[in-house]
Design a protein around this ligand. Structure first.
Ligand code: GLV
Length: 323
């Protein structure tokens, strides 16, 4: 039987590529070139599947131009790069990479929270610049994490893993808001209290955004929400950049309306709003929420599993749509 052809849109672990080549004719991109869209579409011609990494937009126009495509496998849990209804209409399966990155991403949420609340980046930059000449009682005073109120916006798997860290590890009082309230047994497991979005912004000492991004929650945190926050509070985003109105956040940080922000994701990434990079009270990381070797390997293998299982047996492991 002739092998089906697939495209791997970005560089990936060689061993994962090797697994894929056992099943498919593989066109890869180990040079990790960011292909212009026309080139991506051209390379997709004759391909039954594509391995994407979250940055490649799959929409109705692309699907129309790529009639051979049967599956798009994202090496990411977020899939806002996929127009899933358009994919369903075109008979193309969408898969993502859930679960395998939950704990690692929750760790990163906590890393950003702690770095922001305790001003780690700002004080390190001061030290490296040779400005540290004496100890003083109010030098880089931040805000406490232990015993404070943690507000989680978006209580999916990662939100719940963050709630456990906060409640069990740091004795935090955990409140959350989500599109739908958790089932009582799940709520009890994470010991978190459901509140309105407004109460979350008013009551929390630290807010972590972990909800999936869609057009409906674009700028779900804008000037009005930030205005509700305590002056000693922090805002952490490990979801998607579009959840926050970055200009409104920059204005608030500039005026010290909140203590600080920790951001791993950005609206125009990899470009970062210069209004943010100009500020000291924001910790900025380049979308590394799931970036540990074992987790990235597990994500890549799950995307590969989906391609192999669907194109050879008609059944994917983590489908997002039903055809
Ligand atoms: C990363 O942002 C992911 O969605 O996996």
């Amino acid at each position: 039987m002739t092998k089906k052809s697939i495209l791997v849109a970005r560089a990936v672990f060689p061993e994962v590529l090797e697994r894929l080549t056992q099943h498919f004719e593989v066109e890869s991109n180990q040079a990790d070139t960011i292909w212009p869209r026309e080139e991506f579409i051209r390379r997709l011609q004759g391909k039954s599947g594509v391995f994407t990494t979250g940055g490649e937009r799959i929409d109705a126009d692309l699907l129309k131009a790529c009639p051979d495509l049967k599956i798009c496998a994202n090496m990411a849990v977020g899939y806002n790069n996929f127009d899933v209804p358009a994919m369903t209409a075109a008979g193309v399966l969408a898969t993502n990479a859930p679960d395998v990155l939950t704990e690692t991403t929750a760790d990163m949420g906590f890393a950003l929270l702690m770095a922001t609340a305790r001003r780690v980046s700002e004080s390190e930059a001061y030290l490296r610049a040779g400005q540290w000449t004496k100890w003083s009682y109010d030098m880089f005073t931040g805000t406490d994490i232990h015993g404070s109120t943690l507000g989680i916006l978006g209580m999916g798997r990662i939100g719940r893993a963050i709630a456990k860290r906060g409640g069990h590890g740091f004795g935090m009082n955990v409140i959350y808001h989500n599109r739908s309230r958790l089932a009582p047994e799940l709520e009890a497991q994470v010991n978190a209290k459901y509140v309105s979005k407004t109460d979350l912004f008013k009551q929390a000492d630290h807010i972590v955004l972990v909800l999936p991004y869609s057009a409906e929650n674009h700028h779900t945190v804008a000037a009005a929400e930030i205005a509700l926050m305590k002056p000693t509070s922090t805002l952490i985003n490990i979801g998607r950049g579009g959840l926050i109105d970055e200009n409104a956040l920059a204005v608030a940080l500039q005026a010290n309306k909140i203590l600080g922000a920790g951001l791993d994701v950005f609206e125009g990434e990899p470009k970062v709003n210069p209004a943010l990079t100009a500020l000291k009270n924001v910790v900025l990381t380049p979308h590394i929420g799931s970036a540990t070797v074992p987790t990235r390997q597990a994500m890549a293998n799950l995307a590969a599993d989906n391609l192999i299982a669907y194109l050879t047996q008609g059944q994917a492991k983590t489908p997002l749509n039903t055809l």
